[in-house]
Design a protein around this ligand. Structure first.
Ligand code: FMN
Length: 152
């Protein structure tokens, strides 16, 4: 197989990429605790891959409620921003291009909450009799972070 094209330079907006190889976003859950802070381990991980045309970071929460998985790095505290600066400085020193990928895991919570709400509605529909007060249309209860994500 001729894969020479993979190693050809290409323009991407303002960037001239060394090649056409991309590191996709991959959750690694390696941030330092407490605080979900990018650390030397992550500096090493991204530095090792800086030869790619460009890299996309692992999903990074922009605020605490956006965190979907344990130990994913955030980018909302000063310590986290400093940690990411160390990552990007190391990548740039190797001539790499890196884009941050912001994650907001609210969608997965909504899906879980929706399933819970649908189950509750089905139970209500199948109830044999209803008093006047319980026959009001069912209103979805807000899902608490603990209900939606028991790991937190
Ligand atoms: C372990 C693992 C972690 C991943 N983490 C993220 C992530 O943090 N953000 C994201 O957008 N995609 C994530 N993905 C999806 C990958 O980016 C995706 O699998 C990759 O781009 C290859 O695409 P494909 O699975 O459609 O072949 C993850 C995939 C795996 C296997």
């Amino acid at each position: 197989m001729n894969n020479a094209a993979l190693f050809e330079s290409v323009r991407l907006g303002p960037y001239t990429l060394k090649n056409r190889i991309v590191l996709p976003p991959l959750t690694r859950s390696r941030s330092s605790q407490p605080g979900n802070v990018p650390n030397d381990w992550m500096v090493e991980y991204y530095s090792q891959r800086a030869g790619a045309g460009f890299m996309v970071t692992e999903g990074t929460q922009i605020e605490p409620r956006g965190q979907g998985y344990a130990w994913t790095p955030g980018i909302h505290s000063q310590a986290q921003i400093a940690g990411w600066r160390a990552v990007t400085a190391a990548v740039h020193a190797r001539g790499g291009v890196i884009f941050s990928s912001y994650g907001m895991s609210g969608g997965s919570r909504t899906a879980r909450c929706s399933r819970a709400v649908r189950r509750r509605s089905r139970r209500r529909r199948s109830a044999p009799t209803r008093s006047a007060s319980s026959s009001r249309p069912h209103r979805a209860k807000a899902c608490s972070p603990r209900q939606a994500n028991p790991r937190r």
